[in-house]
Design a protein around this ligand. Structure first.
Ligand code: SF4
Length: 298
């Protein structure tokens, strides 16, 4: 509302808390683009900051909720998803977003990632994938390519990297996409879709780390698989999506950056809907009961 009580359209600045990320994020970091795209998406959707919860993990990415005005919860390493799940189940009206890095989400919190996808919790999960641990100064992460040299693997990583899109699909996510910090328009469009989707939306967001991953790709040039005639697949077909994801993940480590929407199942009920349907959760959510003095607690 404005100064004379008129309701006004939500604006991008409403999601800016007055603390600038330049204080902690390095120049050229891809994290700036995630923040920009998230603010843009929430504005486009007409959300108010008090309708949104942003839960983050630990890492450079974990500072996202310091620079984004909404309800926020800076959780333990890899634990943004359990907190986000609990909040959504208690208050289904809340727009819940969880965010963290590739080490946070695919390594330390990998168990939470697979099971939150399996259970199809209704939220958006943004993973800042820079193929390295940035905050702790450049160690090998679960998405670092095989052979990647770092302080922890000075002779090169002997491990094959995690395939985040494939892992997400096989675990049960109902919306899976990949975008890149260098493609801000696509990033905002994908976040809008992911937030609007009912169920678990996973966005693997390629974010360059110029400080600790200097030799890594800057994720340019990139290809949008929906815009390129070479790629023709149905995002509602699980098998076709799986093949396209596998090709995309292989291509990334051969220097070819593919992005876009990969899978969507718009019909699958979310975990909260299923629990309420079978009577395992009360119809009136906890958040409403908590504020209702007439409600009789058992
Ligand atoms: Fe970004 Fe890397 Fe700097 Fe962290 S260390 S803020 S990921 S550039």
């Amino acid at each position: 509302f404005n100064a004379i009580g008129e309701k006004r359209e939500v604006q991008r600045e409403d999601f800016t808390p007055g603390i600038e990320p330049q204080a902690t994020w390095c120049p050229g970091c891809g994290d700036f683009s995630v923040l920009k795209a998230l603010k843009g998406a929430m504005t486009e959707l007409g959300k108010n900051p008090d309708e949104v919860l942003l839960a983050t993990g630990i890492g450079c990415s974990g500072k996202l909720n310091s620079y984004f005005e909404s309800y926020g919860f800076h959780t333990l390493h890899g634990r943004s998803l359990p907190v986000a799940r609990a909040a959504k189940l208690a208050n289904p009206d809340l727009e819940v977003v969880a965010a963290g890095g590739d080490g946070d989400g695919y390594g330390i919190g990998g168990n939470h990632f697979t099971h939150t996808a399996r259970e199809n919790h209704d939220m958006t999960y943004i993973v800042f994938n820079n193929e390295i641990f940035g905050l702790t100064k450049g160690q090998t992460s679960p998405t670092s390519p095989k052979g990647h040299k770092s302080k922890t693997q000075p002779h090169g990583s002997a491990k094959d990297p995690v395939r985040p899109l494939s892992l997400s699909l096989t675990s049960g996510a109902s919306y899976v996409a990949r975008t890149a910090a260098v493609n801000p328009n696509q990033a905002q469009e994908i976040l809008v879709e992911a937030i609007e989707h009912d169920g678990f939306s996973h966005v693997d967001f390629l974010t360059q780390c110029p400080t600790w991953n200097k030799d890594a790709k800057q994720y340019v040039p990139y290809i949008d698989v929906q815009e390129n005639d070479e790629y023709d697949f149905d995002i509602t077909d699980r098998r076709e999506a799986a093949e396209m994801m596998f090709e995309t993940e292989t291509a990334l480590h051969e220097g070819k950056v593919l992005t876009g929407r990969y899978y969507q199942d718009a019909d699958r009920p979310s975990y909260g809907q299923e629990k309420r349907a079978v009577g395992e959760m009360p119809e009136v959510p906890l958040a409403e009961r908590y504020h209702d003095d007439s409600y009789e607690w058992e």
